[in-house]
Design a protein around this ligand. Structure first.
Ligand code: ADP
Ligand code: NI
Length: 218
């Protein structure tokens, strides 16, 4: 008979596990992304009345199963499932966490809405970390890691037929980042997103000014 692990111990163990797995992740899914999403998830859980333990645990584990970091999505989920079992996590905890992390990704905005409040909270936390100043930084790190350019002038951002090597970092703003504020679930995340979204709009205005040399002359 396996002893069920205490909530605090499970969070602690998840932190150690994830730090080790993602410490040297080079494409913007590093430990500090996880730590920011975890803090956002706990904050949103408090505001929205969601279960803070499930939100924190799912936030800590959410990128362990990422398709980009595993052979397949199923292999990633198996890794998380196996880890939770080894830790003696309760069956309902396992089921809730796996359900959240298997359905929360952006996927072009095409995934169905999250079906639990905890899922909505963790998805919003991950999305908030994809926008604003930090979202901008992560996008350029990701593009750099993939060997992609900053910007390809003249590109039509409504186009959908680009090979991924033709997708500049600036393209990613139109493909994803600028859409995220309208895809958030919770009231408090929507509020936090306003300033972050505005900052991205401002960044793009300045970016094109410098690119086109249309800055005002003093
Ligand atoms: P999700 O798990 O929600 O699908 P991703 O793991 O695809 O999110 O992306 C996480 C972050 O990595 C993005 O917010 C962005 O900063 C960066 N990123 C992902 N895809 C790209 C891309 N094609 N170009 C630039 N940055 C990207
Ligand atoms: Ni993430």
């Amino acid at each position: 008979e396996k002893r069920l692990t205490d909530k605090g111990d499970l969070i602690q163990a998840a932190e150690v596990f994830v730090k080790k797995e993602l410490e040297h992740e080079p494409s913007g899914h590093d430990w500090w992304h996880i730590e920011r999403v975890r803090r956002l998830a706990v904050l949103l859980a408090e505001r929205e009345g969601a279960d803070p333990f499930i939100c924190e645990l799912a936030a800590l584990l959410h990128d362990i199963a990422d398709e980009k970091l595993n052979e397949s999505k199923e292999a990633g989920l198996d890794k998380v499932r196996g880890w939770l079992s080894d830790q003696g996590a309760a069956e309902d905890v396992k089921q809730k966490v796996l359900s959240i992390i298997s359905t929360m990704s952006f996927n072009g905005g095409k995934n169905p809405p999250m079906d639990t409040l905890e899922g909505k909270v963790v998805q919003d936390a991950d999305r908030l970390d994809a926008i604003g100043a930090i979202g901008i930084a992560r996008t350029f790190v990701y593009s750099g890691a993939k060997g992609r350019p900053i910007h390809l002038p003249g590109q039509d951002f409504s186009g959908t037929d680009y090979r991924s090597s033709d997708k500049s970092a600036i393209y990613h703003f139109y493909e994803k980042l600028l859409k995220l504020k309208d895809l958030l679930n919770t009231a408090h995340a929507k509020k936090l997103a306003e300033e972050r979204h505005q900052f991205m709009e401002q960044f793009l205005v300045q970016f094109y000014k410098e690119w086109d040399l249309t800055e005002e002359r003093k």
